[in-house]
Design a protein around this ligand. Sequence first.
Ligand SMILES: *[C@@H]1O[C@H](CO)[C@@H](O)[C@H](O)[C@H]1NC(C)=O
Ligand SMILES: *[C@@H]1O[C@H](CO)[C@@H](O)[C@H](O)[C@H]1NC(C)=O
Ligand SMILES: *[C@@H]1O[C@H](CO)[C@@H](O)[C@H](O)[C@H]1NC(C)=O
Ligand SMILES: *[C@@H]1O[C@H](CO)[C@@H](O)[C@H](O)[C@H]1NC(C)=O
Length: 517
Amino acid sequence: MISRPAFVPLAVLAAAQLSAAGHHGRDGGYGIDWISCGPDLEEVATGPIQCANISVPLDYTDADNGKTHTLELIKFLSKAETPLGNIIINFGGPGAEGLVNLATSGAIYSNKTGGAHDLISFNPRGTSKAFLEFSCYTSAEDRALGTDKLEYAESSDASLGRLWANGKVLADACAANVKEVGEVVGTSFTARDVMQIVEALGDKDLNYFGMSYGTALGSTIAAMFPDRINSMVLDGVLNPHEYYNEVWDWETMIDVDAAFTAFLEECFAAGPDRCALAKDDATVESIEKAVYDLLETLKTEPIPLPQNLVMHNQTFTPKTVDHAGVRGLIHLTLYHPGNFPLMAVGLDGLLTGNLASYALWRDGEGSRASGVVQSESQLGIRCADKNPATRISGLDEIAAVVEKAAGISTIAGVGSYLYNCPQWSIESKERYDGDFRVKTKNPVLLISSTYDPVTPLISAFNASSGLEGSVVLERKGFGHLAMAQQSECLDEALTAYYTEGTMPEEGTKCDFDKPLF
Ligand SMILES: *[C@@H]1O[C@H](CO)[C@@H](O)[C@H](O)[C@H]1NC(C)=O
Ligand SMILES: *[C@@H]1O[C@H](CO)[C@@H](O)[C@H](O)[C@H]1NC(C)=O
Ligand SMILES: *[C@@H]1O[C@H](CO)[C@@H](O)[C@H](O)[C@H]1NC(C)=O
Ligand SMILES: *[C@@H]1O[C@H](CO)[C@@H](O)[C@H](O)[C@H]1NC(C)=O
């Protein structure tokens, strides 16, 4: 299905008309009519919520052409009698929708940010089913045919050529079916949308919390609207220069193998009673080598899971255990430290022939391998943002990129968008092309775990280097996002930042609270 550009419900005030003086008020702003979110969202909400739709220009480079886009908003209400203001949250992706995410996780974010603000989120351009969905196939049948199974370029000699050809088919399907949408879903337009929300709320400046891709959005907002930044926290930081201007985001891979080694070290430190891999006759080095050897072997000798596997009264679908599946599962589990004991059980099962243990891990973590399967809205946004100078057409050129990436990590593979964006043919209406060097009104706080498997600590320092006065806070430990492990120290720093404007000291490191195993 292709979503056509949205028409504007007449009752909704155009955002351009909202700038005149109006009453400030918790539920008022300059023209947002907050109403019930309806039963679906209410049912999953972790606290009181309200929803609204607001109208913004569809194309900011031609804002007077009368065409508008509708942004769907959600508010998670603070328990405070007089809230300090609003914090706008983006959940990453790119393309993570905002409504369900904030409804379900509002209580957590409210707690971590001090509880004094109303939290606001929105469906970014390209992600909404109702408005401007970036969806490249015109039928489910076409999508099923065009969507390949999880595969790495290193899976076999035939893989790269197929991935590259499939990448072009999808890029061309997007250009054929949603070109007009693809032109207006880039991050700089979403940055402008965020500032429209600030206007509509009646706020003077922006308070922001961005996770993962939401940090690329945050870096872009900071660079485009430095004078409007009241507060900004970036968690799980992307290198914004690579995100926009490099054919592949190299830094996303650099800590993945180190994170796996550190996982094994923690496992052996916890001992065999708590971590299944920590056998007396094994070492970190021997297990690491055994796992890497297994990944090699699985390329040519995948293991068929038998029928009727049972463990702890659980039954398992008998799928084939192959290189891509196990590799993707290791990478994905490195995002979620809560599943480290499960990964230890599963890897131990694979190494000792206990396939039910492996299946327990597979189903516990989820069979989706992160970074490899991307929805079309993620593609639409990422590829809109990539500098057209990064486009390439030859198989030999992409082979060189993939080879360089393979030299950075054994576990991480390149994301599927590497096979699409270099073959993209939709031109974004606007792309931020500055250098990200700005002095924001108030300083930005960047946070990261030590061993993030996709947004490494070094990228936080890179983004921070352009943001005058910003500070990087390291949360020791694992997982994608500083919030991936509970840390009271981190929560206190966030609360102090949002409620008092206090920056942590440069070089602050926070411990995590609960043992991993
Ligand atoms: C926003 O618009 C969508 C699509 O028309 C509609 O389903 C939804 O109920 C609207 N939300 C609000 C809060 O008005
Ligand atoms: C967050 O939750 C913890 C644990 O339940 C509680 O002690 C703390 O007071 C909460 N903080 C806020 C700001 O709600
Ligand atoms: C497993 O299932 C059997 C039969 O339903 C039951 O008697 C047993 O208590 C279950 N064991 C566990 C660990 O749940
Ligand atoms: C940040 O990353 C970009 C792209 O990799 C690089 O060119 C630049 O030198 C880095 N800046 C710093 C301060 O490390």
